[in-house]
Design a protein around this ligand. Structure first.
Ligand SMILES: [Zn+2]
Length: 290
């Protein structure tokens, strides 16, 4: 699933091609062409956590969320599409470009004034990739939620938005917090540190390179050949880059979300049901499918 960094990178690439341009055509799967918006200017293209918002003219906002499998493709006008039109959910054309989104589960046209009342958008916490962020506010929002685990807390977009499954595991590793740790056993400083680290890791991946958390890359720099790009995510059973213990992993939930952690760097102290729960893992022994 695209996380906050991917969405912001896509928005940064779309902006110069869309903002200020006249809309030649807008088509939505559930309503077909929207001729009343043809000719309107694209006033703004924005990312909010994992959500795309296109402000169209004075009154309309197109809201898109890519979910697990959604994807944006850009074509020069008249260019043959590389994906079947059958999976397209939105098409947004200017004089020069077609932006086509495939398979996104959320694609809706809103009245601008309704965004502030939207059941999902209005409840999002601060975007971790916003220019400024108030971590005290994020901690206060975290305290109001009833997440059962630190992993669940980080995925809760109502606390702060932008973290998905990959960053969830990487942030917890960086902060040496077990995924199942009860957030109530973490002090305010520890909660703030989780989000400061999430913000830092997301920000260092806004360049053109493939996502990495093991080192902040400079433009043009790449990791040594064969070096893992992530500390724990996707590395079940492999040695921890910090201590050598084998990375543990677990798949859970209907959509088989995966969590990875190092049992030695992230001991289960304070975890709900520590040593017994689904995340219990002895040092060095991977658990669950990698
Ligand atoms: Zn380790």
């Amino acid at each position: 699933m695209p996380e906050g960094d991917t969405v912001h990178k896509l928005v940064n690439a779309m902006r110069p091609l869309l903002e200020g341009r006249a809309l030649a055509k807008l088509w939505l799967r559930d309503r077909g062409d929207v001729p009343e918006l043809a000719g309107e200017r694209v006033a703004e293209v924005a990312a909010l956590g994992k959500h795309f918002l296109f402000v169209l003219g004075e009154r309309a906002v197109l809201h898109v969320h890519l979910g697990m499998n959604g994807k944006w493709l850009r074509y020069a006008r008249g260019q043959r599409w590389t994906r079947s039109a059958a999976t397209a959910v939105v098409r947004l054309d200017t004089a020069d470009w077609s932006f086509v989104c495939h398979q996104a589960p959320v694609c809706e046209l809103l009245r601008r004034r309704d965004v502030a009342l939207h059941p999902v958008l209005s409840r999002l916490g601060p975007d971790l990739l916003a220019p400024e962020i108030d971590l005290d506010l994020v901690v206060a929002r975290a305290r109001r939620r009833e997440a059962r685990s630190a992993a669940e807390l980080l995925l809760d977009q109502r606390v702060a938005c932008g973290v998905g499954n990959v960053y969830k595991s990487e942030v917890l590793f960086a902060e040496r917090v077990h995924p199942e740790r009860d957030p109530r056993t973490l002090g305010d400083d520890a909660i703030a540190a989780l989000y400061a680290t999430a913000r830092s890791l997301l920000r260092q991946n806004l360049g053109g390179w493939k996502r990495t958390t093991v080192r902040a890359l400079a433009p043009g720099e790449s990791l040594p050949l064969g070096m893992p790009r992530l500390f724990v995510y996707g590395r079940g059973g492999e040695p921890c880059l910090r201590c050598g213990a084998r990375i543990a992993s677990r798949l859970h939930g209907d959509d088989a979300r995966s969590t990875y952690w190092c049992p030695r760097c992230q001991p289960a102290q304070g975890a709900a049901g520590a040593g017994r729960g689904p995340y219990a893992a002895s040092h060095g022994s991977p658990r669950g499918a990698a």
